[in-house]
Write a protein that binds this ligand. Structure first.
Ligand code: AHR
Length: 499
């Protein structure tokens, strides 16, 4: 007897799930770049870590944000181009605290290395320009270096550095957390700075025939800030017809706990906190819509994920990769699907070795974490049209919140429907019915997989057990009326494809 029911309203389309919703974020922080994407820090030129490149290429990452994070507003891009031996070594202002390894920035990995990485793994780059300590000229020059096809000194410099053709970088972030590490600005102050930068960076668009720049402003989790930013942004001679294509915020959760020491009550609270993403998206969309419209200005969550007590600046924000964290990623990806009408991108933090990374390295080993498998399981949603789902689920009462124990999202393409279902209950399994309105699938139409059925939520991945976390076939029974039923073990994620 099912205790949770998912109804997929196949005729109630929301919008296309932008493939960019499965994007990633990497920063010059700890071992994300050096010992993550790239090998050497100081001695020698270094090279891409081919094991990491290959794992990332397999995942078909749509977009990758770089170089920060807080690092972005202390980064001067010209330090990182040209012959590697000539590049200056700099302090890493935000991420060197307490570290005795890799405390400085060698600039061995710079713009050309990053953009070549993106070309190799088939990813759209998203560059975050320095607003906090830079100037508009520097930002516009960066666009020119990357994208201009004429005969200027900067375009020629790119050619000399090995890239004849413009890279065509489309996404340009103007600043990062400018309410905090990006200059501690008020929303009004940031809006004015943003306008000044956007005037010069945005005007570069007129000089490039083949690519439209998309400009991105960094908002805040506190939504009054976003409302004030949007109001100030609108105060121009042009009204709101201004180069702002996306507004972002960052949502991390689980900072009060380490997974290894936490109990099931804390798991529940952690997952409920992850699901607060839903409210954040609604509130930032409302802040945009009060002044402009989310059809013109998309919502990006350009940093998100689990951030636990283990991850501190002195260890390069490293924390174990667990099934619990992966479960939270599935819950959040479902939330993103529900908001595909307003969302244009998201970037989980951070790609390799840092926070809720997907790939981890140790010496010569590199492996996929459980969260990697969640992204893989959710990949069929990319580019589909999201449709409404209703979930009738048991819930657990928390002190001042409630955790719905079963969640789901669904999308359709020309060939059928893809449904993801999460059992967020770390204590018990649930029997879940899935019904697709207007469809009556039969045997042979359904293909289903499940993650983590054999694992406890706090199990940690390492080089030795990493290959145990991939998807396994899920048994689904089909009633005469086409209703699908599956038993989901505690803390599991399922992907059900109906053709
Ligand atoms: O991802 C780590 C840090 O978290 C980023 O540098 C910053 O943007 C955020 O506060």
């Amino acid at each position: 007897m099912a205790d949770a029911r998912v109804t997929v309203h196949t005729e109630a389309g929301i919008d296309e799930i932008a493939p960019e919703m499965h994007g990633h974020f990497s920063e010059h922080l700890g071992r994300c770049v050096y010992d993550g994407l790239w090998t050497a820090d100081g001695a020698g030129d270094g090279e891409f870590r081919e094991d990491v490149v290959s794992l990332l290429a397999d995942l078909e990452i749509p977009v990758l944000r770089w170089p920060g994070g807080c690092f972005a507003d202390d980064y001067h891009w010209e330090d990182g181009v040209g012959p590697q031996e000539d590049r200056p070594r700099r302090r890493n202002l935000f991420w060197a605290q307490g570290r005795d390894e890799i405390p400085e920035e060698s600039n061995r990995f710079g713009t050309d290395e990053f953009l070549q990485l993106c070309e190799r793994i088939g990813t759209e780059p998203y560059l975050a320009a320095n607003i906090g300590s830079g100037d508009p000229q520097e930002a516009a020059d960066w666009v020119e270096y990357c994208n201009y096809d004429g005969n200027t000194e900067l375009a020629d410099r790119r050619r000399e550095n090995g890239h004849e053709e413009p890279y065509g970088v489309r996404y340009w972030g103007l600043g990062n957390e400018n309410w905090g590490c990006g200059g501690q600005m008020t929303p009004e102050q940031y809006a004015r700075e943003y306008r000044r930068y956007a005037t010069y960076v945005g005007s570069m668009d007129n000089l490039m025939l083949d690519h439209d720049l998309e400009l991105i402003a960094c908002g805040f989790e506190g939504h009054e800030w976003n409302r004030r930013f949007m109001e100030e942004i609108g105060h121009t001679a042009w009204g709101v017809d201004f180069p702002l294509d996306h507004l972002t915020l960052h949502h991390y959760y689980g900072r009060e706990m380490t997974v290894a020491d936490a109990d099931e009550d804390q798991y529940d609270r952690f997952l409920a906190e992850a699901l607060e993403m839903d409210e954040h998206i609604e509130r930032i969309a409302a802040a945009i819509n009060a002044v402009a419209t989310t059809r013109d200005i998309g919502v990006i969550i350009d940093e998100w994920g689990a951030w636990h007590l283990d991850a501190v600046a002195s260890n390069g924000l490293e924390q174990p990769g667990t099934v619990l964290d992966a479960l939270s990623a599935a819950a959040v990806l479902d939330v993103f699907n529900h908001h595909s009408d307003v969302m244009t991108m998201s970037n989980i933090a951070q790609t390799v070795n840092v926070l809720q990374c997907l790939v981890e390295t140790d010496g010569d080993d590199a492996w996929a974490r459980p969260t990697y498998h969640v992204f893989d399981l959710y990949a069929p949603h990319k580019g589909n049209e999201a449709v409404r789902t209703s979930v009738d689920t048991p819930a657990r009462e928390l002190e001042d919140d409630e955790l719905p124990l079963v969640g789901a999202s669904a999308s359709i393409d020309g060939d059928g429907t893809y449904v993801t279902v999460t059992n967020l209950d770390c204590r018990e399994g649930h029997t879940v019915e899935v019904r697709l309105e207007g469809a009556a699938p039969a045997d042979g139409d359904v293909d289903a997989n499940v993650l983590f059925a054999e694992h406890d939520p706090d199990v940690e991945v390492d080089a030795d057990n990493a290959d145990e976390f991939g998807a396994e076939e899920l048994d689904v029974s089909i009633d005469d009326d086409g209703t699908l039923t599956a038993d989901l073990a505690p803390s599991t994620v399922a992907g059900i494809s109906v053709r």
